[in-house]
Write a protein that binds this ligand. Structure first.
Ligand code: C5P
Length: 256
C-alpha cells in the first residue's frame, strides 16, 4: 500500500444484531467505507450482513480469525473468496448512477496455526479468486492479540510470526501500533499492517492492553486502524468517528 493510502479507518461492528449493525452504518453515512464483521456479528447474521454492506458499496474486513487444521481453514477461506461477486458483474453494477458494489477486502487467520495452514490458505484463495473471477480478499495473519499483556519479547514474537506469514504467501498481519513501525521497516512497504486496540486520547481502554492513539498508529505505518467500542458505544458514533478521522488526517498531513 502506498504511504498516501495508509491510515484508513475500519469500524468494527461488534454488535449482536443485523438491525444494530444496519443502524450504525446508516448513522456513519459516507464517513466510513470499511467495516469489520467479526465473530460476534457473523455468528448472529452470517453472510447476510456481508451482502448488506456490499450492496451499500462498503468494503468488509471479515475477521473470523481462522485457526484449525490446514484443510478446514483452506475450505473456509475458499468460501470467504466466494462472498465476492464476479468482477464483470461488479463492473456492470458500478455503471449504474450512484451505485457501487463493495467487496470483502480483508480476512484473518491465526499465524500460530503454522506455515502449512497459512500457505494452503493463501494458495486456495488465489486459485478460487481466479476460478470465480472475483477480487481476492487480502489474507492477514493475527500475530499476538492486542489484549495480551506487553511481555518483554513481544516484538520478537510478532516479528517472527509476521515473517512466517509473509513467507507463507499472506498479504499482511494484524499487529498493535506499538509493533507496527518495526514490522514496516523489516517487511517492506507493501506488507499490510492492520492495527486494532486504537484508543483516541482519553477514551476507555477496556480489555485491550497494547493500545495506541490514531495518530501514533498512523505515524508507525499502519495501513488500517480498527476501532470498535470508541465509535460503536459512543453516545454519538458519528461525532466519535469524525473526530478520529480528523486525528488521522492531521497525523497524515504532518508526516515528513
Ligand atoms: O472495541 P475495540 O476497539 O477494542 O475493538 C477492536 C476490534 O479489533 C475487536 O473487534 C477485536 O476483535 C479486534 N481485534 C483485536 N486484536 C487483534 C485482532 C482483532 O482487538 N489482534
Amino acid at each position: 500500500m502506498t504511504e498516501k493510502n495508509r491510515g484508513q479507518l475500519i469500524v468494527a461492528l461488534d454488535v449482536d444484531t443485523f438491525e444494530e449493525a444496519r443502524q450504525i452504518v446508516a448513522t456513519l453515512t459516507d464517513k466510513v467505507h470499511i467495516y469489520k464483521v467479526g465473530s460476534q456479528l457473523f455468528t448472529a447474521c452470517g453472510p447476510a450482513i456481508v451482502r448488506h454492506l456490499q450492496a451499500l458499496g462498503k468494503n468488509v474486513f471479515l475477521d473470523l480469525k481462522f485457526h484449525d487444521i490446514p484443510n478446514t481453514v483452506a475450505q473456509a477461506v475458499k468460501n470467504v473468496v466466494r462472498l465476492n461477486i464476479p468482477v464483470f458483474e461488479k463492473n456492470e453494477q458500478d455503471k449504474r448512477p450512484g451505485a457501487s458494489f463493495g467487496a470483502v477486502i480483508l480476512c484473518t487467520l491465526h499465524t500460530s496455526g503454522g506455515q502449512e495452514m497459512l500457505s494452503l490458505a493463501a494458495q486456495i484463495a488465489t486459485k478460487e479468486a481466479e476460478a470465480a473471477q472475483v477480487m481476492k480478499p487480502k489474507l492477514v495473519g493475527v500475530t499476538v492479540l492486542t489484549s495480551e499483556a506487553n511481555k518483554a519479547n513481544i516484538r520478537d514474537i510478532v516479528f517472527q510470526r509476521a515473517q512466517e506469514a509473509q513467507a507463507s504467501g499472506l498479504d499482511g498481519i494484524v499487529a498493535s501500533g506499538q509493533e507496527a513501525s518495526f514490522i514496516r521497516q523489516k517487511l517492506g512497504e507493501d506488507f499490510i499492517i492492520i492495527t486494532p486496540g486504537i484508543r483516541p486520547p482519553g477514551s476507555a481502554v477496556g480489555d485491550q492492553t497494547r493500545v495506541t492513539t490514531p495518530s501514533e498508529a498512523v505515524q508507525n505505518g499502519s495501513d488500517f486502524l480498527v476501532v470498535g467500542r470508541p465509535v460503536v458505544k459512543a453516545e454519538n458514533p458519528s461525532l466519535a468517528a469524525e473526530s478520529i478521522l480528523q486525528e488521522i488526517k492531521q497525523a497524515k498531513d504532518s508526516r515528513p
